[in-house]
Ligand binder design. Structure first.
Ligand code: FE2
Length: 232
């Protein structure tokens, strides 16, 4: 038993914190050996879908990780920049072969439809995670214009997974269709160096680019600097 009750308080020892990291690292190192021998994204996805349920159904590990977040422990690091504000990085492969991320979803919270820069396996640690997959039906030739068509909708039970692919082959919207906050674990393969995601407005038939926060701040700062320099 890792969590220890002391009166009304739950305490976690330093050894327990190391255990979380070690458990995640051991899982990822086993996966790393397997993925290093696979080239095709669908082969990587197949293998990852076989093993990720082991983590998704490890209730004690999830409990310890979210306890760490609530308690402000250093792992996982809530200050580490991520694309989405409900995302925490659990592991990044030393050669960036893949990363493992935890996502937390409030009741009724969904992403907008978006694409990806890598293959990914997305899995529910708790009931309520919903995935809607889309196909892009315009030819991409008009700047800022995009039309999506729904192709499938999945509701995942705890331990179940779905997958995504890079660019137009992996457009989806995901979120929490249930009444309680939930957690999901996503494992993404090596990223293509595009540097942004496409986000889609289906009602307006529009697409816009979502940049990582650090890139966005730097880009906007550069634009302001150019403006200011032009005024002197
Ligand atoms: Fe996604």
């Amino acid at each position: 038993m890792i969590l220890k009750r002391t009166g009304a308080r739950v305490t976690v020892t330093a050894a327990d914190l190391r255990l979380d990291l070690l458990e995640i690292r051991a899982f990822c190192e086993r996966l790393s050996q397997k993925l290093a021998g696979l080239d095709a994204p669908l082969s990587c996805i197949d293998h990852t879908r076989q093993v990720l349920p082991e983590l998704l159904l490890n209730r004690e590990l999830l409990k310890r990780i979210v306890h760490n977040i609530v308690s402000g422990e250093p792992y996982p690091d809530v200050r580490r920049p991520t694309m989405f504000d409900n995302e925490l990085i659990l592991y990044v492969h030393p050669a960036n072969l893949f990363s493992l991320r935890l996502y937390l979803w409030g009741a009724g919270e969904f992403t907008t439809p978006h694409d990806h820069n890598a293959w990914g396996v997305i899995g529910a640690a708790m009931e309520g995670y919903e995935v809607t997959n889309y196909r892009r039906v315009d030819d991409g030739s008009r700047e800022g214009y995009a039309v999506l068509e729904e192709v499938s909708r999945l509701s995942l039970k705890a331990g179940e997974t779905a997958f995504t692919l890079a660019f137009d082959e992996g457009i989806h919207m995901t979120g929490n269709a249930g009444p309680d906050t939930i957690a999901t674990l996503h494992l993404y393969g090596k990223s293509h160096p595009r540097g942004y995601l496409n986000c889609y407005d289906m009602a307006g038939s529009r697409v816009h680019r979502l940049y990582p926060p650090r890139v966005k701040k730097k880009t906007l700062a550069a634009q302001v600097l150019t403006k200011l320099q032009g005024q002197t």
